[in-house]
Design a binder for this molecule. Structure first.
Ligand code: SAM
Length: 338
């Protein structure tokens, strides 16, 4: 069970309520300084002012991270190299990965190439950090005795579509991120019960993902309407994350041996399709098209509603918290239990 709360306020002030070396993971999707309208705050500062703002919040992020901690920072092309430099040279953090989020739809340019990616920097506070590769592997393309059929490293180009306006999970927020992105970050770089911070929570994507993956999470957000939106999102029944890397649904070729195939397919659903509404049905269909049979997927059968209809119980019942630390997400601006 997780303890998730969203706090209304300015990240620069709220960071100071966190103890040093107390946070396992930070997922930060700050305003990119592109002039987006976030309701009560306009995302346009002067160049030097934006760099000062970035330096301030990144220093705070560095202070609160545990030595084993990691930070993911979303950023557009104009400022990403400056943020890299702050984390690398000013703060002495350790570069891990430059992730390219490739999305399939977006604005079309008439002159020049239409943008189809955003970037995310992953830095670690030290060289000894949490990284759970098994939790984020993707299925192999071919069944081979020599392949690790538990899956391959997903690499640093991540393809996820934006959350479509017709998706039931779509929020009224201009830069809502797909849950599949945050799911991979949280699974790779934290463990159950860890503390995750999202200093620019927006519509609450990181909080929602942490809630379902048993991580504790605190989000900061300047716009009270988005705080309300996040609270509502966190109280809704869970029907699966809103996005998935399409490689998760691919059926390996060369699984012609029926007994090997049956064994593998049961594991596939457990390893790669958990918490993704609709994926098991699509996967079953793909197996049928490739091998002509409908697999018995064991405990993870598509017809079982329990996978997707889970609603998280009252977060205040989380075990292991002292009574004074129990969470009520409607509370705000209190000292955090870290
Ligand atoms: C890029 S959006 C985050 C989107 C989020 N990842 C999601 O999936 O919905 C950035 C958010 O930061 C908020 N924001 C801007 N400046 C802030 C500040 N100084 N402190 C806290 N939040 C801020 C904006 O209101 C906006 O909702």
């Amino acid at each position: 069970m997780s303890d998730t709360r969203i706090i209304h306020g300015n990240s620069l002030e709220l960071f100071s309520t966190l103890n040093s070396r107390s946070v396992d993971l930070i997922i930060s999707d700050p305003p990119y300084n592109l002039g987006k309208d976030y309701g009560n705050n306009h995302d346009l500062k002067g160049f030097a002012e934006y760099l000062d703002f970035s330096r301030m919040w990144l220093s705070q992020a560095h202070r609160v991270l545990k030595p084993t901690g990691s930070i993911y920072v979303f950023m557009g092309v104009r400022f990403i190299s400056y943020l890299y430099d702050i984390m690398d040279r000013d703060l002495g953090m350790f570069f891990n990965s430059w992730i390219c989020w490739h999305y399939t739809q977006g604005i079309g340019k008439k002159i020049g190439f239409s943008p189809r990616h955003d970037d995310v920097l992953l830095f670690n506070k030290s060289q000894k950090f949490t990284f759970n590769l098994d939790a984020v592997r993707v299925p192999q393309k071919y069944y081979r005795a020599r392949n690790n059929m538990r899956g391959a490293n997903p690499g640093d180009v991540w393809k996820f579509s934006h959350v479509h306006y017709c998706n039931e999970n779509r929020q009224d927020h201009p830069t809502q991120k797909p849950e599949g992105l945050m799911e991979r970050m949280v699974l790779a770089s934290s463990n159950e019960g860890d503390l995750v911070i999202d200093p620019y929570a927006g519509s609450g994507t990181t909080l929602r993902v942490c809630q379902q993956l048993n991580r504790n999470c605190v989000g900061f957000e300047l716009n009270p309407d988005y705080v309300k939106m996040t609270k509502e999102r966190l109280s809704k029944p869970f029907r699966g994350f809103d996005s998935i890397d399409e490689r998760m649904e691919r059926v390996p070729f060369d699984l012609r041996d029926k007994s090997i195939r049956e064994d593998y397919l049961k594991n596939h659903t457990k390893w790669f399709l958990e918490r993704h509404n609709g994926s098991i049905e699509r996967f079953q269909q793909a197996v049928k098209e490739l091998y002509g049979d409908t697999p018995n997927l064991g405990d993870s059968q598509a017809s079982e509603p329990s996978l997707f209809d889970r609603v998280r119980p009252d977060t205040s019942q989380r075990q292991g918290l002292r009574p004074s630390e129990k969470t009520d997400i409607s509370r705000s601006n209190e000292r955090l239990p870290v």
